[in-house]
Design a protein around this ligand. Sequence first.
Ligand code: ADP
Length: 417
Amino acid sequence: MKILVINAGSSSLKFQLIDMDNESVIAKGLVERIGTVDPTTDLTYEWADQKIKQKQLKKCDTHAKAMEIVLGVLVGRDCTASEYDANDGKAHLTGTGVIADLREIGAVGHRVLHGGEKFTASCLIDDDCIEAIEENIPLGPLHNPANLMGIRACQEVLPDVPQVAVFDTAFHQTMPPRAFRYAIPNEYYTDLHIRKYGFHGTSHRYIAARAQELLNLPKGNKIIICHLGNGSSLSACVDGKCVDTSMGITPLDGLVMGTRCGTLDPAVVEFICNRKNMTPTEVLNMMNKKSGLLGLAGDSDMRNVTARYEAGEPNAKLAIEMWAYVLRKYIGSFAAAMGGVDALIFTAGIGENDAAGRARAVEGLDFLGIKLDYDKNAKVRGQEAKISAEDSKVQVWVIPTNEELAIARDTLELATK
Ligand code: ADP
């Protein structure tokens, strides 16, 4: 079966078409600037055997139109600025598609940010599921409405195809209350559901399952997964089940990230509001979008910050030192929380590719039994590999994540049940 995976943002729509017979990616792409003030909408797509193509389309106002464009290119209706008709949302040129007929799409899997406490696993999308995603909008005010737009767009253009919602929060629902509650009065939890939810759950779940297959771990095994991308989070897992994670009620908590500050004293918010005459929303916007590596070093991309660090720039040096220091503290605290650690796993953009970053993250952690093989570590980029020394008590691995495949697997399972 061929499965279409959709990740809808407020003005974007990412897609992947996966052939589940051999789990290969047939096509992937991105529609950007949907419904914004920009005069055009951009489409970027790539077929398995061809180079990336980029097109500027006439303005596309809705996700449903963006979905039509995506389906159009998949079946070979090419769209360019002149051929795409913004009025009927259809593309009118024949190009080379990857499927002959839309009926080849057996099911659609959607990434949904916030499942709140309701969703502990993925689910087939029906009216109840949609209602529950709507109920969780206060917890995911930017993402859940966008995810719903993606779902509704697919329902409109592929009405007979089963759809599945895969939640970023679901994997972390196995955390015990002592890990997920905040120490504020109970009514804030009972009335407002204020608690830690955790994110990147689809990635953590994929890695946790892959680790159980690859690492030959004992029963009751304890692993720490470091998902280090633009957004970064850690999870602590016992037997592949999450017992703690570094992100909170929103993805702002935890590690120093590309543009997010990570953990800090919440009193900072009021202090800045008073001194800078800013609203809490403005302060949180600053903490989400202008902080982290960007705030400290002036660039959110780890490659650029590293280049500046190597050129001796003090701000970049501090940014990288703080990034590694906070990460090390989390690794240590999760090992303490589980009473030990059998394996440490790095994944996502930085975790998979940045050997120097991995080495900095575990510097001084020999006392926990974590010892890198520095030569091996230096050679590993984007592939599954063990990077710990032979005599390391803790196995250290790089395992590339694949959130789209995880979504497609869930979708296949639920759609064929
Ligand atoms: P997201 O999906 O959260 O946007 P990614 O998982 O793609 O992010 O990770 C992006 C991050 O990975 C960026 O900070 C980028 O600089 C970093 N990255 C990618 N390749 C390398 C590399 N070779 N060395 C260091 N950092 C890298």
